[in-house]
Design a protein around this ligand. Sequence first.
Ligand SMILES: [Zn+2]
Length: 299
Amino acid sequence: MRHKNDDRNTNARRELIRRAKQRKERSGRRGLRKTPPRPRRPEQEIREYRAILRDVRRAMEREIRDRIFPEVDGILEEAGTREDSERREDGWSDTIRDLFVSTRLALSETENKAKEKMSVIGDRVGSRATSEQVKQIRAVLGVEPDFYNEEKVREQLNDWKERNGAFITRFADEEIEAAQDAVSRAIRSGRSSKEVQKELRKRFGISDRRAERIARTECGQLNAQITRERQRELGVEKYRWRTSADERVRDAHEAINGQIFSWNEGPALTNGQHPGEPINCRCVAITMVDDLLEELESE
Ligand SMILES: [Zn+2]
């Protein structure tokens, strides 16, 4: 027995090979590709994920502008001059805390909507990863695979939804906390009302870049995870690493471009991470079909 791993002998693989053989008998392999096309990354979902974080942040900006900004002058007055601010800190820091608590509460509805949208994005990334896998197989074997291992995939999707939903809460918590710290610091160091507002606006710029990185990494990792699951269900244990082939590709990923790796053990250069898993990674895993083709040609 050449195949030592029983994972290869799945229903999905047996069924796929059976249908591919039927097709071959009927029509030969004319017109089929030798290697699968490059799968598409979940760019649409990444944009939607980013939009969710932007919505949350905008709501936060709005609430801070409406609830905090009008109070800054009063708080500055309460805090007094720089000399006696320490003595009187109790009063104004309670005021700030109360203001930010109500600001955070006002974000609940936005937060819940964001979580619902997040769940939809998870499902879309999952079905895109699956349909891209189907396309890769169809291009080479001429037939589409069926997948039966839905339970495992659903589990992965649920984990992702839960984690990313919880992230929305944490995102709002952290941003509000950071804004509160920024205001407190500015007041403590005797800043003017304008300077306090400027300090707050600066915070939102930082979140923008962070949102982009998080969206890309989270969608990329889920995409990689489902792709891996689908390929393994077809008994495919290896993939070819493909970069996006532009100037933004990092050196380590350029170095392994085109090389073959096992799903059991990713490249040492990426610490074992698979395409799409490293932060901001735009690389993809091309299905290694050689082994499927070999089985198709046998007998
Ligand atoms: Zn990459």
